[in-house]
Design a protein around this ligand. Sequence first.
Ligand code: ADP
Length: 741
Amino acid sequence: MPEIAEAENPDFTITIGTTGLAEPYSFYEGETLTGFDIELMQRFALWANAELVIEVYDWGGIISACASGKVDYIMSNLFITEERSEAIDFSVPYRTIETVMVVADTAATAAAGSGSFLEDLSSSFEKTFIRENRWKLILNGLLVTLEIAFLSGFFGTILGFGLCLLIRSRRKLISVPANAFCRLMKGIPSLVVLMFIYFVVFASSSLGAIPIAILSFSLIFAVAVSRILNTGISSVSQGQQEASAALGFRKTGTFLHVVFPQAILHVLPLYKEEFVAMLQLTSIVGYISIQDLTKAGDIIRSRTYEAFFPLIATAVIYFLISAAITFAVGRIELGLDPHRRPRRLPKGVKESKSPARQAGWKAAPAAAAQTQAADAGQTQEELIRIEHLKKVYPNATPLKDVNTSVRRGEVITIIGPSGTGKSTLLRCLNRLETPTEGSITVFGKNICENHTDLTAIRRQMGMVFQSFNLFEHLTIVENIMLAPTLLNRQPKQEAYENAIRLLKTVGLAEKALNYPDELSGGQKQRVAIARTLAMNPQIILFDEPTSALDPTMVGEVQNVIRQLAAEGMTMLIVTHEMKFARDVSTRIFYMDQGVIYEDGTPEELFEHPKKDRTRAFVKRLKVLSFTISGPDYDFVAMEEALQQFGEKHRLPLRRQDALCYAFEEICATNIIPNQAQEYLVQVSTEYSEDTDTLEMRFEWGGRRYNPMEEGETISILLVKAFLKDAVYTYENEENRLVVTL
Ligand code: ADP
């Protein structure tokens, strides 16, 4: 190659595209691009007084480069066809060449490989790396690959994070386009994305190929990152977010301190794989005139005509980088994995030297103040007022019209059949559910209004959940310290000592440095209570605190709640444990039919319930009711229903017969024929599993008539043989007969 001067004051620039892979036209000698084509263009540029820029493209990209104006000329042995001439201009041929076929020659191959294995290997090594300083090509390629991969990884991660937030946005206007963009990107091969951005989007831009490659891979990687991040975030249970919100964290705080640290544990293994996949994908950048590691291998192969060694060398280098990335991310993963972290005190905390202050939550200043206030006769202070509360879900309306108020120091248990809105009511109180209508005033503020600072109210109104919802990524003591240090700005040491004191109170001080999944259900629930208490709440809501527990652990949690009740804590407790409800409460709400159906002291509700539904529920009664509206009633159907009722509750045959006799003799033979007018007769049969009592009641209007005394003698004698007791009353023109069978 002769020395050809460059134009000194060039008038313009000529950019040529070439492959760099075709000796003797365009090829690399060491790091220098050379060959007939290159020499010709250098002479041409000098003649035209132009500056020459040479871009090296893969075959697949070179025509697009010319068509899009990225290069002015292509220097390569292209054949002129009619159809091609429609798209680009060809010069007249400047050189005619002989072209050959390549034939596999086993003899020649054998001769070439006649040395020992080691000799062959060292010869290949010399050709690939040493000759013409080709290692420099590999090194430069490697640096380019690393630059593209790591910068794309960096920007892609940031972009992916943003994209994930857009996808998760509640506003359709944002989430739908973001989702559509991801789908579009996922549906297009990466090579097409790269070529499209380079040759179409940035066709006329002077932005270099490497920044464009970084942009393209950042976008490709961002889509992958947003997907795995989204999956990671979704894998953090809703309960964790609710627990955080109930402590008083805002959405950002919940995301940063609760959701993200847990999501990242799920995300990292996938992230690592995606990153390695993206690194390998960067090998397509040769299409847009970038000499990366793969391209360096191509260039060397085109010179040596030896495929094996350069390919192995490239493969080994890619493998080593991938392994290094996997290792590095793996280390981060290990560092974050709660179970592998050493059990240390939280950062910035010292084991207190003075013996921990006496256990008991009374020691907490706010609780103390609260008790004093209670002592000062302020027990009547109203903390919560609920008016016309209604909650509608698409398929259910659990709350229709709830009205009540809660005063300081009250312990209210909410009981009732499943699905009657007990949990919904509790969750409306701290706005984990948004009421459809009505108002809820807590500490004098209407929490249904949008401008009310919910978090301030939640900080003073703790909530304990059925499924505990401890933060899985934090130790027990960190779980308790999280909200006081971040939300109440309590100094760490103080928060720690308070946490240990609370843990002692619930009997779990020795578990301070364990993680939640190392505790039993009962222990977790006691920690959850301690976590709530650490905020010094004025009210605590308990949503079925013992339902998820083994029967053996129910007692330990109930005892903690009993202790709190004894200290005067205001509490609302949804529970199915009737004995507990009776012992612990000052007031009970029986919920049914979308309202607080009956409200009273435990004694009133359990001993003298005013309404039938309440009675049936608290006495755990099985009930069968029907109404007879005249003499034409279907006697057979009713006898059958009674029989089925008896069978369903596994009553002995004698009692099943007694049911039918009682109905037949009392109602059919006496009450109905003796009515002066046609009145409705209500018949209800109640069976209590608890006490094994079977009762039948008959209620009808009209004149006073006691069938047990005035009825047909034989029939009454017959039925009396089956009865244990019969009580007749007549009040407000209503006859009522209750027989026990
Ligand atoms: P309870 O605590 O008395 O068993 P809940 O308050 O849990 O009852 O539920 C009352 C009713 O509201 C049920 O029918 C339930 O299916 C429905 N419900 C509760 N939460 C939701 C929700 N998030 N979306 C739709 N329906 C719900």
